[in-house]
Design a protein around this ligand. Structure first.
Ligand SMILES: Cc1cc2nc3c(=O)[nH]c(=O)nc-3n(C[C@H](O)[C@H](O)[C@H](O)COP(=O)(O)O)c2cc1C
Ligand SMILES: O=C(O)C(=O)c1ccccc1
Length: 375
C-alpha cells in the first residue's frame, strides 16, 4: 500500500475499511449534505496571495488563547464516541494532541470519561491543553456536575454547543439506524433513558437512537440566558460553538462569552447553512477583536487553516480527520494526521512569506468570487 500523504488518503482508507455503522455515523451530514460538502469546497474558492523574498528560514507557528500557548493553530474538535474508530478512542486522540502541544476538545458524549482523558493528557495540570464540550442536559444538576468534574480534572475551557437543540436529519442514520456497539458505554453521564435506548435494536416510531438520545436528555429550550448561567457556575472561559452570523456574534459579546467557534457542526445540523469559511468574516467583523474567534468545518489541509487565520480566526479545529487518523492506527494514526497538516501549514506560511502567525492577515487572501474587487 502506498504511504499516506494527506488527510484525504486517511479518509479514503476509512471509507474503504470502517464498518458501516460507525462510518455512516462519522461521515454523514444532514439532509442532502450540501453544507457538509460546501464546508470543504468553500476553502477552494479562496486563494492565498503569497509574498516573496521574505526571510522564512524560521517559521513560528505558535498561537495563544486564554493564557495558553499552542504549537500550532490547528486543534481537535469534539466528536462523540471515538472508541468506534479504535479501542483507545479519546485517549489516543488526547495523547496525540498533547504530544503536539495543541488543544483536544472532549465531547460530553464520549466513550472515555472526563477523568480518564485528563489523566491521558499528562500529569501536570498546567500542561493539559484540554477543553470540555458541553451539552446541557434537561437535568441541571447533571449539567453542573459535568462542569465541576471537568474543572477538577484540569480542563481549561468549556465549549457550549449551541447548534443542537435537536439532532439534524441524517439520512444514512434513518435508512440504517445507528446503534452504539454493545461493548461501548457513554462514560460521562448516566441517564435513565439511555439504558433503554442502548438496548433497543431497531428505532421505534421514526426516531433514530441518536435523535431519541437527544430528545430524551438534551435541553432544546436553551436561550442566551444559559450562557449567563454557565458563566455563573464556572470560572473557566466559556466558548459558544455553532455561531454563523454577526447578529449572534454580537449576542455572544453581550452575554459575556469568552470565545466563539464558527461552526455548522460539520454540516450535521442545519443543511444549507453557510460554509464556515464564508461565515467567518462577518463574525470576525462583529466581534472586532474583543474575544477570540475559532472555526471548524471542512478543514482538511494546512492551507485551509492558513485561510481561516487570514480571515481572522485565532485557530481552527478538525473533527473527522481525527477519526480517520484514529481508525488508521490509533494514537500513531492521529500523530500521522497532525504531522501532515502541521507540515502543510508551516509550509503554507513559508511559501506565503509569513515567518510568524502574527503576520497572517487579510492581505494574504482573496475570494475568487470577488476577485475584481481587489483590483
Ligand atoms: C462523528 C462526529 C461526532 C460529533 N460529535 C460532536 C459532539 O459530541 N459535540 C459537538 O459539539 N460537536 C460534535 N461534532 C461536531 C464537531 O465538533 C465539529 O463541529 C465538526 O466535526 C467539524 O467539521 P469537520 O468534521 O468537517 O472537521 C461531531 C462531529 C462528527 C463528525
Ligand atoms: O453526532 C453529532 O454530531 C453529535 O453531536 C452527537 C453526539 C452524540 C449523540 C448524538 C449526536
Amino acid at each position: 500500500m502506498s504511504k499516506i500523504a494527506s488527510v484525504q488518503d486517511l479518509e479514503d482508507h476509512a471509507k474503504a475499511n470502517l464498518d458501516k455503522n460507525a462510518l455512516n455515523y462519522y461521515s454523514s451530514g444532514s439532509q442532502d449534505m450540501i453544507t457538509l460538502q460546501d464546508n470543504v469546497n468553500a476553502f477552494d474558492r479562496y486563494q492565498i496571495r503569497p509574498r516573496v523574498l521574505r526571510n522564512v528560514s524560521n517559521v513560528d507557528t505558535k498561537v495563544s488563547a486564554f493564557g495558553l500557548t499552542f504549537d500550532y493553530p490547528i486543534f481537535i474538535a469534539a466528536s462523540a464516541m471515538q472508541k468506534m474508530a479504535h479501542p483507545d478512542g479519546e485517549l489516543a486522540s488526547v495523547r496525540s494532541a498533547n504530544k503536539h502541544n495543541v488543544c483536544y476538545s472532549l465531547s460530553t458524549i464520549s466513550t472515555s470519561s472526563i477523568e480518564e482523558v485528563s489523566e491521558a493528557a499528562g500529569q501536570v495540570t498546567d500542561n493539559k491543553k484540554i477543553w470540555f464540550q458541553l451539552y446541557i442536559y434537561n437535568d441541571k444538576h447533571k449539567t453542573i456536575d459535568l462542569i465541576k468534574r471537568a474543572e477538577r480534572a484540569g480542563f481549561k475551557a468549556i465549549i457550549l454547543t449551541a447548534d443542537t437543540p435537536y439532532i439534524g436529519r441524517r439520512l444514512p442514520d434513518i435508512r440504517d439506524p445507528f446503534m452504539i456497539p454493545s461493548h461501548l458505554k457513554l462514560k460521562n453521564i448516566q441517564t435513565e433513558k439511555i439504558g433503554e435506548a442502548e438496548t433497543s435494536t431497531q428505532s421505534s416510531e421514526n426516531a433514530s437512537w441518536l435523535a431519541r438520545y437527544f430528545k430524551e436528555n438534551i435541553n432544546p429550550g436553551l436561550t442566551w440566558d444559559d450562557v449567563t448561567w454557565i458563566k455563573s457556575v464556572t470560572s473557566l472561559p466559556v466558548l459558544v460553538k455553532g455561531v454563523l452570523t454577526a447578529e449572534d456574534a454580537k449576542l455572544c459579546l453581550q452575554y459575556g462569552a469568552d470565545g466563539i467557534i464558527v461552526s455548522n457542526h460539520g454540516g450535521r445540523q442545519l443543511d444549507t447553512a453557510p460554509a464556515t469559511i464564508d461565515a467567518l468574516p462577518e463574525v470576525v467583523r462583529a466581534v472586532n477583536g474583543k474575544i477570540p474567534v475559532f472555526l471548524d468545518g471542512g478543514v482538511r489541509r494546512g492551507t485551509d487553516a492558513f485561510k481561516a487565520l487570514a480571515l481572522g480566526a485565532t485557530a481552527v479545529f478538525m473533527g473527522r480527520p481525527n477519526l480517520w487518523g484514529l481508525f488508521y492506527d490509533g494514537e500513531n494514526g492521529v500523530d500521522l494526521m497532525l504531522d501532515i497538516v502541521f507540515e502543510e501549514f508551516k509550509l503554507a506560511m513559508a511559501l506565503s512569506g509569513c515567518a510568524s502567525v502574527k503576520d497572517i492577515n487579510e492581505s494574504y487572501i482573496q475570494d475568487s468570487r470577488h476577485i475584481f474587487s481587489k483590483l
